[in-house]
Design a protein around this ligand. Structure first.
Ligand code: ZN
Length: 345
């Protein structure tokens, strides 16, 4: 690393609110990968046995999406249908071994990079919050839609951060449509239409994570060569679940993944909690450098519950989920290096 780069990063650690460089639609490299998505009916049949073996009660069906703007989901968008696509933007190498604070993104610019229709659309997912706006690193649950242009945004995005004085989690509505470092997004026109409805209750199996249970079932059904990519939302209706929230950036680079895992803060929260999720069953030959699963959560009741979903604590946990398939993946501003695996479990 050249000397001036090190100096500018050290400067950035101290003054990250005013760090000047931003990623724009003109400077982000975007690769598009079309997907061959099976029918929702076929997916429902493939998923049923995996859910049944992990939970005492489960169902998988194809149904018309309920209005997801209503309780308990509180999404900005009514549905998850038409022009369905997924973006994987930046990545964990933008955090490890040292945060690349020049990687700041605008969600409307990412929607443009995803070739979304400015007339109407929505984005949901999981990523890192806009530290340059919020003054601290955070977990972002992007949740927004637009009509008649990307400048007309209904922003229902939440972020979870660590309060510096007491170390407690704070979950709030995000005043910005920016994000940073890495983000995984499911985009659609946001219309009502057929989707996968998955319910599960009473976990008895070994997949502690609901989204990983679905992801592994897809991988088992379709193998390592055919990626099936889903995006959607689920509500944890009962039970206790485990999350992490990134604290503010460290004062020096991480020396190991173990050190990064010790830097993260871990929390258990009782339901209800809303989760926004993006997952892929495969990344053949790591050609796309994808993060395979990413789920961020928030309390719709204004409670300080949220962050990066890891898994439930079992027992009386209950899930209700709506997912749709992506028809293309947009790999945007991919870091030069690809990590062998997720930095955390
Ligand atoms: Zn996360």
């Amino acid at each position: 690393m050249r000397r001036h780069t090190i100096l500018s990063r050290l400067f950035a650690f101290k003054n990250h609110i005013n760090y000047p460089i931003n990623r724009s639609i003109h400077t982000m490299k975007t690769d598009k990968y079309p997907l061959d998505a099976p029918s929702l009916e076929e997916l429902a049949q493939k998923l049923k046995p995996a859910l049944a073996s992990n939970y005492t009660h489960s169902s998988v069906s194809v149904e018309t999406c309920p209005d997801l703007r209503k309780s308990p989901f509180h999404l900005a968008t009514e549905g998850l249908t038409r022009d369905e696509r997924i973006a994987d933007v930046g990545g964990q190498p933008n955090l490890f071994p040292s945060p690349r604070l020049e990687c700041k993104y605008s969600l409307p610019a990412l929607a443009q990079a995803m070739e979304m229709d400015p007339k109407r659309g929505s984005l949901i997912g999981a990523g890192a919050g806009p530290f340059h706006v919020l003054g601290t690193n955070s977990e972002l649950a992007p949740n927004l839609n637009w009509e008649n242009g990307f400048e007309h945004i209904n922003n229902q995005t939440h972020f979870a951060k660590i309060n510096k004085p007491d170390g407690k989690v704070s979950v709030q509505k995000c005043p910005s449509t920016d994000c940073a470092l890495m983000i995984n997004l499911f985009g659609s026109a946001g219309l009502p239409g057929p989707v996968l409805k998955i319910t599960a209750r009473g976990r008895t199996g070994s997949f502690k994570s609901f989204s990983e249970c679905i992801r592994h079932a897809l991988n088992a059904a379709y193998g390592d060569e055919r990626p099936i990519s889903l995006g959607g939302a689920f509500v944890i209706k009962s039970g206790r679940s485990h999350y992490h929230v990134m604290p503010d950036f460290p004062s020096k680079p991480f020396e190991s993944a173990k050190q990064l895992n010790e830097w993260l803060t871990y929390h258990d929260f009782e339901a209800p909690i809303v989760c926004l999720s993006v997952l892929h069953s495969a990344d053949p030959g790591k050609a796309m450098g994808l993060r395979m699963e990413h789920t961020h959560c928030f309390s719709a009741e204004g409670e300080n519950k949220g962050g990066h979903y890891h898994y439930d604590e079992g027992g009386d946990v209950e899930y209700e989920a709506y997912f749709n398939t992506a028809k293309a993946i947009y790999r945007i501003d991919r870091p030069e290096v690809t990590l062998e695996r997720d930095l955390h479990d």
